[in-house]
Each structure stands twice: as C-alpha cells, then as structure tokens.
Design a protein around this ligand. Structure first.
Ligand SMILES: [Zn+2]
Length: 309
C-alpha cells in the first residue's frame, strides 16, 4: 500500500480517513462513525459534537432545545491575539452555536430529563456567563418539573476572556446543583475527554453520580504543568477516567455504547418524588445506536487551541 502515515496526510482521499487523537493511527471514518466515534484500533472515545451527543443519548425526536437565544456579551472588552467579539463570531459561524453549551429537555428510554451538552468545538467548551446561566435555568426547570438534570461535560475550564465573570459561574453552577440536591432532584454528569479547569472544579464533579467515558482526561491542571511544577514524573494513566475511578473522583466509567442503558437505570433508581411517569420507550430500540447517520466533527486542530485556564 502506498500510504504514508506520517504527521501529514498523504494521498488520502478527503473525508474517508481520519487520525485517532489517542493512538495516532489512521482509521476508516465510516468504521468510527458506525461505532459511536470510538476508535476501532485502541477503543479511545473520540470527541463528538453536541448534536451527535444528543442523537446518541436521547430517544429519537424527543429533544426540545431551550434558552438557545442566550449569547455572550463582552463585559471586559477583552482582546488578546483576537478580540473576544470577533472570536465569538468566528466560533459561532464554525459551529452554528451561540455558546459552548446546548440545553433542553428530552427522554432517555422514556424518562424525561433536563439535558445539557458542552460542545468542545466552541472555545474548548469553556465556562462563561452564558453557560452558567443556561445551567442554572436548566436546574430550575429540573426542580420545577421533578426531572433529573444530566450534563455532558467536555471543557478546557473557565473562559479567561470573561475574567472574574467566568469564575463567578463556578459558584453559580455549584449553587444550582446544590439546589437540585436540596430538593431531591437527581443530578448526573458525564465527563468526556477533556474535562478540566474551572468546569472540573465546579459542577462537573458535584453531581449525585459522576460518570466518565473511558480514557478521558479529567483534572484541574494538565499533567504537563503539574510535572513541571512538582518536578516529578506522574504515574501511568494519571488523570484518566480509570485512575479517577480508582481514586474516588468518579463513580463509574461507562463506554459510549452502554451509556443510554446505564443512564436509564440510574434515572429509574434516582427518580425524585412527584416525578412524571415514564413515557413509552422508542419501539424496536435495542442499543444506544443513534437514529441518524453520524457525521464526524473537525477533529484535526481541535485540541490545538486551548484558550482557557
Ligand atoms: Zn485510537
């Protein structure tokens, strides 16, 4: 075969092949899409966008988006290499989103849930004023309707372009999760690769049940910075889901293919008093395979631009 598997793609038909972020192997895109974007070579759970996550987690055609009109302001008139307003515009055009979270309601095997997904394509899923507000509104809705609050996390941390306003969202979202817990409404977070910074230090790790996808990087500061600071080599698998499970930060590591089934079991177990009854489950559904065809996001360069702390 005349392929050259170097750093750059050579003679590779556009759109047919992609590189795994974890093992670096070149993999057939269709195989990846057919397996919920899990690498067929190493089993790594590749990043997916919010629309794909909604498709693979919720019952078909049950998602109703809420609070979609909220868009970030630029309270600090912030500029580094690029003005914050321009950056927001660029990411918005690239993703079709106004900010890094999509929120709404939907069903999981018939159970109604308040559901939010952070989208790492939008400024690395960073936590700013809009994400904070949307999570709070979602929590209020969950309490009002007595339905579980489920958030899929993937984030580089607090959005530095919003300064202290972003940091305040850690308090605000923590309060929202506490309010759910005070009123008996279940909270579940799903930590995906990567979940770091202020997101990990607030709502992502404050749920009743904290689930992680296999192999996800979960931590506050990245391993390289820690190594440089403490001048020590870190143990193998440090800050990955399995390590975090062993050390008590997460409750379960669940592969993508089993996520919907496990969520449904948890919801049934954790139902709040006065919760709405379970709706009919989608007919003929045997697995968590999404109804529509998955179209892979732009993975190349996705990890390159880390703009948060
Ligand atoms: Zn791989």
């Amino acid at each position: 075969m005349a392929w050259h598997f170097g750093r750059k793609k050579m003679n590779m038909p556009d759109g047919l092949w992609m590189r795994c972020d974890e093992c670096g192997k070149t993999i057939y895109k269709k195989d990846v899409e057919d397996s919920l974007r899990v690498c067929p070579e190493c089993g790594f759970h590749l990043s997916i966008d919010s629309a794909q996550r909604i498709d693979m987690t919720l019952d078909p055609a049950t998602f109703q988006e809420l609070f979609a009109d909220l868009a970030p302001q630029d309270p600090l008139n912030f500029s580094d290499r690029e003005g914050y307003k321009d950056r927001l515009k660029r990411y918005s055009e690239m993703t079709g989103l106004k900010d890094a979270i999509v929120t709404g309601t939907g069903n999981i095997e018939g159970w109604k849930v308040a559901f939010g997904v952070l989208d790492t394509r939008f400024m690395m899923g960073s936590l700013g004023s809009v994400m904070g507000e949307k999570i709070c509104r979602l929590a209020e809705l969950a309490i009002r309707e007595r339905i579980p609050l489920i958030l899929v996390c993937g984030s580089g941390g607090a959005r530095m372009q919003e300064g202290v306003v972003a940091l305040m969202q850690m308090v605000k979202t923590s309060e929202a999760f506490a309010a759910c817990q005070d009123t008996g409404v279940a909270t579940i977070t799903i930590l995906t690769d990567p979940t770091t910074g202020g997101t990990t230090a607030s709502f992502a790790t404050e749920a009743d049940v904290i689930i992680a996808e296999p192999g996800a990087l979960i931590g506050f500061t990245g391993p390289r910075v820690i190594e440089e600071t403490i001048k020590q080599k870190l143990p193998k698998g440090f800050q990955r889901s399995e390590f975090m499970l062993e050390h008590g930060l997460v409750d379960m590591v669940v592969p993508r293919s089993e996520m919907r089934k496990i969520l449904a079991e948890l919801i049934e177990y954790l139902q709040a008093e006065g919760a709405p009854p379970r709706a009919a489950r989608p007919e003929g559904e045997e697995s968590a395979k999404p109804a529509g065809e998955l179209i892979g996001p732009q993975t190349e360069g996705q990890r390159g631009e880390v703009e948060q702390q």
